[in-house]
Every structure is written in structure tokens, then in C-alpha cells.
Ligand binder design. Sequence first.
Ligand SMILES: NC(=O)c1ccc[n+]([C@@H]2O[C@H](COP(=O)([O-])OP(=O)(O)OC[C@H]3O[C@@H](n4cnc5c(N)ncnc54)[C@H](OP(=O)(O)O)[C@@H]3O)[C@@H](O)[C@H]2O)c1
Length: 241
Amino acid sequence: MKMPLVEANFAVTVDGKVSTRGHVPTGFTSDRDKRRLLEIRARGDALLVGRRTLETDNMAMGLPVRSLQERRLREGRTAEPLRVIFSNRGDLRRDMRVFRTPGAPIVVFTTRAMPAATRAWLERLADVRVEPRGRSVDLRRALQALARDYRVGVAVCEGGPSLLAGFVGAGLLSKLHVTWAPLIFGGAEAPTLLGPAASSLLRRSVPLRLESFLVEGEEACATYAVGRPRKISKTATAAGR
Ligand SMILES: NC(=O)c1ccc[n+]([C@@H]2O[C@H](COP(=O)([O-])OP(=O)(O)OC[C@H]3O[C@@H](n4cnc5c(N)ncnc54)[C@H](OP(=O)(O)O)[C@@H]3O)[C@@H](O)[C@H]2O)c1
């Protein structure tokens, strides 16, 4: 079954935090990094976010840069990536910015826990995909549905940590973009990439390969591919590669 590649993009402080204990909205990096975020967003066929980030960061999930939209159209794509929301409980509000902002179609992956009243108004605004069993959305099946029904080849996940933990834990993450911000937040309960320390346990560590590392002003932007480093054979080394 076809699966989209999932790329995640996060801003992280030097002590590895993606937010404070009080969950301040993302936005602690430079304007240059915010532009970079939109360029990465523009590469995706779909933008994926968890319910809490959607709420905390008051996201419209659009691509508000004309030149990036035009580039996508020249490439024969839609002007903006599909907006995809994950919420197990389905407790979404009609007044959330994403539902008030015109733009790309919206898809919501949820479970049968979604209140019937929410589903009634939401189905007028979005394609609501309900997990038939269980209390959480099966991320692998959700990605398969995105590939099959929306022809999504690349999905960009902008968080938050809980959603990213789901993709990493299921072995579904392909690439990770990280901007290291020159800040220290502190706080054991402030979330790291995969959430607060207590809930970010993985069964095994995930190896990454550094693909690029760029220092821009006070920030450093790294891109990692998920997977073991390529082995350089002795022959290749001896040949002076
Ligand atoms: N620095 C950065 O780059 C960055 C990026 C993104 C977010 N953040 C910050 O991270 C914080 C929020 O992170 P978070 O981990 O608390 O929240 P999150 O991952 O954005 O959202 C968590 C919620 O998403 C839903 N969810 C997660 N995994 C799911 C799955 N597999 N299937 C279905 N639904 C799923 C659940 O919603 P329900 O509760 O509705 O079931 C869950 O409670 C905010 O402070 C935000 O600003 C930082």
C-alpha cells in the first residue's frame, strides 16, 4: 500500500524544548525561520497537526505567501497543501481559526469519541474520517488514506510533540527539520520534541543521518533523514572519495 513520506519541522531551544511548561505558542524563532517554515510547508501535499497545536498556535494552516502558492501552481499542484487535523477525542470548536479561514480542503482524523454535535457542524466544513474501533487514530491507516484518497506523496507534520511521538513510535517519520534557537527554556515539564519527559519514551532510539546543517544569524537549521548512517566502504575511502 502506498504511503506518503512524512517530514516534521520543529523549532527547539538549546535545552531541547519546543515550548514552555505553560505551552506558550510556537513563535520563538526569527522571521527568517518563519519563512523557512512556510517553504517547508509549501513542499508538502498535506500539512498535519495535532489538536493542541492547532489550538495553542491558533493556526489557519494556510500558505500565506503568494510566490510559494504560484510556484506550486506552476508545478501543477494545488495552491496550498491539504489541511489535516488529528484529534482522538474530537473535541474541536467551530470558532477555531482553521475553520474560519478559507483555503485548502480540511480533513479530520478522529475516533467515535467525537461528540455527535461536533460531527454535525464539522462535516459541513471538512472530510471527517472516523476510526471504526479503538480510542486512537491509527496513523499508518490515516497516511494510507491520504495517499489513496488525496494523492498525498509528502506530508509535512508541524507538531505537536504528541503527534510526532505517534509518527516516530510507529516508524513513520522520514525526515526531521530542526531549527535550534538560541534560548534556554528549562522546566522538566516543558515539552521536548516528543512531549514532556515522562511521556516521550520510545521502545528504542531512532538513528538519524544529518543531511544538512546551516547557520543563519543566531540560529542553526538542521535536516536529518531517519535511518542508519550510510557505511563508507574501505574501497571507496581508499579511492579517495
Ligand atoms: N516548537 C515547535 O516547533 C512546536 C511545534 C508544534 C507544537 N509546539 C508546541 O507544542 C505544544 C502542543 O504539543 P502537544 O504535544 O501537547 O500537542 P499536539 O501533538 O499538537 O496535540 C495533541 C493532541 O493531538 C491529538 N493527537 C495526537 N496524536 C494523535 C493521533 N495519533 N491520533 C489522533 N489524534 C492525535 C490528540 O487530540 P485530542 O486531545 O483532541 O484527542 C492530542 O491530545 C504547544 O505548546 C505548541 O505550541 C511546538
